[in-house]
Design a protein around this ligand. Structure first.
Ligand SMILES: Nc1ncnc2c1ncn2[C@@H]1O[C@H](COP(=O)(O)OP(=O)(O)O)[C@@H](O)[C@H]1O
Ligand SMILES: [Mg+2]
Length: 226
């Protein structure tokens, strides 16, 4: 799968935005300082915005580098149950803080897959955190997350993360996996796009479905190791 050109274009776009913000803000800051009397409060606020834009750009580049700067090591035999347990352990304190109850339903005889455990771990962490975010505003019911693995009918390893949060926004449902699509004020919108690229590079699939009740389920499946 070569999506690198499309990626390069959208990354360039997304990095240039905060960079032009930095230039504009820094010039405004100089003007405020040069005024008589200098507008110190305005300059401070503008400097803060400059820092925020800088952090946004570097955060973006850093996250993308973990995926694209790393040569994919597709040689390891990976146990998705182990990946799932590690990802839940890593996010446990954050999920606790968000008052999310986690249930794990891990399959006994899960086929191993060939791939990169670190990247698969990253996909799982993404799905867990998205699920937690989707439940952050829910107050009328317990926030429940079910992480499951299974062997599907075609002997693929399947993993899913189910939440009972706000559910998939019908206006955004076709754009969930697009790079830079986000419904969050502080979101980056690259988690699902990167996750899908990772799963597809493992010859697998990643998809989302609304639940019968409230919330959504995100799943991926990967063919078993040869
Ligand atoms: N579990 C979920 N329930 C409902 N919507 C979700 C869920 N996970 C992701 N989404 C939607 O998909 C968007 C993109 O997700 P993602 O690519 O991870 O970026 P981000 O988390 O930065 O917004 C989210 O902003 C949200 O609108
Ligand atoms: Mg996300």
């Amino acid at each position: 799968v070569d999506t690198s050109e499309a990626w390069a274009a959208s990354i360039a776009h997304e990095v240039i935005q905060p960079l032009s913000g930095i230039i504009t803000n820094a010039s405004a800051c100089l003007q405020m300082l040069a005024a008589d009397p200098p507008n110190l409060e305005g300059a401070r606020e503008t400097a803060r915005r400059t820092i925020r834009d800088g952090e946004r750009a570097s955060d973006l580049v850093r996250r993308l580098r973990t995926v694209f700067g790393k040569k994919l090591e597709m040689t390891e035999s990976v146990d998705l149950n182990e990946v799932t347990r590690d990802a839940v352990a890593l996010t446990r304190s954050e999920l606790q803080r968000a008052k999310v109850q986690v249930r794990m339903e891990l399959a006994d005889k899960l086929p191993r897959v060939t791939g990169d455990p670190l990247l698969l771990h990253q996909v799982m962490v993404n799905l867990l955190l998205n699920a937690s975010h989707a439940m952050s505003g829910i107050e009328d019911r317990p926030r429940r997350l079910v992480v499951a693995t299974a062997r599907d009918a075609a002997d693929r390893a399947l993993a899913s993360v189910q939440d009972n949060g706000v559910g998939i926004d019908p206006d955004g449902k076709d754009r969930l996996f697009e790079a830079f699509y986000t419904s969050k004020s502080n979101g980056m919108g690259i988690g699902l796009a990167v996750s899908r690229a990772i799963i597809e590079s493992h010859r697998g699939r990643l998809w989302a479905k609304p639940n019968r009740g409230p919330g959504a389920t995100f799943s991926f499946s990967i063919p078993m190791a040869e």
